[in-house]
Design a binder for this molecule. Structure first.
Ligand code: SF4
Length: 432
């Protein structure tokens, strides 16, 4: 029996017990269904276990040698490679990805750029009060989940933060107030108790709510009698009372909030509201935790920032980082690339159709461990190990705490980790 972290989502629960002889996993104790699925992925039907090369219109199995030769040829003929993904790989693989982008004079970005990275970028201007899951377990008295269905996307988040009994208090759930702000009545609403506050906001009107809260902080009594954004006056007052009176309040920011129309301003307004409350608060504080889906989405921000001074949209030229206003979306939109390397993600399923079509027009190299829509259009497929089960590596939990992922079983024969694959691409490219 071994205690290991789960890489099923960005909570990276480090209390999972696994029984294994190093070849098979016999038992997994403590993981949620999503976590169990991650362990089941080892033998899943959609697992990729051999390299593949497109021959005419079909993907055909190949040797690693042939696959790497094809990759090197594609990259030698490319002047504007695009590298994207990297949120479901280790920090070591992310570093190799950045090294490869530098070597190829390419453009690199991670999924974070269209998700929680927006908050980190805005925080450079507004500041950001962070906290940890341990603080949430031990000290939180107010949990606000904004634009996220935590019960399904991070299944054990509520177990850990809402239903836990803190180390420094003899109380748990009974003193914790849960507020959920979402236009959709998701499964998360099912965990709410009588003291909690369920706010079904009008879609896309989060910014109006935040502005009213800011205004009320500066100028009490300014809330209109009819409420705002579909939330009535009484609920607004209760929300504000909790925000300004909490000893340890935490706002979990989900993708729902990041996807609203005026993305930049809604994030700015929210971070400013948090700072405003914290300046006024004498006894307590409000902190923020970003809920990202992929287990190491934050890792790319940390690795890129600490090595290159920039966390997103890195453009290299003459093997140096240069300034650019481009994003992954603008690069694909303008078709300003001639080849792409996709690592551990499925942009063909996730990006809007117009962008997917443009991405599919140019040669695509895929590094991943499971079949996806992107595999269907890839020119070369390089199968990788499942990090946290078949290979080890570092990942950053959603509260920015680094967690060491473990290897518990050997991968199928001849499968390399993402880090090893990217390293081999670098070495083979240098040799040619
Ligand atoms: S909550 Fe996430 S990290 Fe924890 S067991 Fe479930 S999938 Fe794994």
């Amino acid at each position: 029996m071994r205690k290991i972290p789960c890489s099923g989502c960005s909570l990276l629960c480090d209390d999972i017990i696994v029984r294994s002889d190093g070849i098979f996993i016999d038992e997994v104790i403590g993981a949620c269904l999503k976590g169990k699925e991650r362990f089941d992925q080892v033998t899943a039907k959609n697992r990729i276990v051999t390299p593949m090369i497109r021959d005419d219109s079909d993907l055909k199995k190949s040797s690693w040698d042939e696959a790497f030769k094809k990759v090197t040829k594609l990259l030698k003929n490319s002047n504007k490679p695009l590298l994207y993904g990297f949120s479901t790989v280790s920090c070591e693989a992310q570093l190799k990805g950045l090294e490869l982008a530098n070597l190829l004079n390419g453009f690199i970005d991670s999924n974070s750029t269209i998700c929680q990275g927006k908050v980190l970028n805005m925080a450079k201007e507004t500041g950001l009060t962070l906290t940890t899951i341990s603080e949430a377990i031990n000290k939180a008295d107010l949990l606000i989940v904004w634009g996220a269905n935590a019960a399904e996307s991070i299944p054990r988040l509520f177990n850990k933060t809402l239903f836990s009994r803190g180390k420094f208090r003899m109380t748990g759930r009974e003193i914790k107030t849960l507020v959920i702000i979402d236009p959709v009545k998701t499964a998360s609403f099912g965990v709410m108790g009588v003291r909690d506050i369920a706010l079904q906001i009008n879609p896309g009107e989060d910014i109006n709510l935040i502005k009213v809260l800011k205004e009320e902080c500066c100028n009490p009594g300014s809330i209109a009698s009819e409420g705002v954004a579909g939330i009535d006056n009484d609920d607004l007052k209760r929300l504000l009372l909790h925000l300004t009176g909490a000893e340890n309040g935490i706002i979990f920011i989900g993708q729902g909030l990041l996807k609203t129309q005026s993305k930049k301003s809604v994030i700015r307004e929210l971070l400013e509201l948090v700072q405003m409350i914290n300046v006024k608060q004498q006894k307590g504080r409000i902190s923020v935790i970003l809920i990202g889906g992929h287990y190491n989405m934050l890792g790319f921000d940390h690795v890129a920032l600490s090595n290159y001074g920039k966390n997103h949209s890195l453009q290299f030229s003459n093997n140096q980082l240069i300034d650019t206003d481009d994003t992954i979306v603008s690069k694909i939109e303008r078709e300003d690339f001639d080849c792409s390397i996709i690592v551990g993600t499925d942009p063909i399923s996730h990006l809007p159709q117009e962008l997917s079509k443009k991405l599919a027009k140019k040669p695509l190299i895929l590094v991943d461990n499971k079949k996806s829509a992107t595999l269907r259009i890839a020119d070369v497929v390089l199968p990788s190990t499942i990090t946290g089960i078949e290979s080890e590596g570092l990942a950053f939990r959603l509260d920015h705490v680094p967690i060491e992922l473990k290897k518990i079983v050997n991968p199928p024969s001849n499968i390399f980790s993402d880090e090893e694959i990217l390293n081999q691409i670098i070495e083979k490219f240098k040799l040619k």
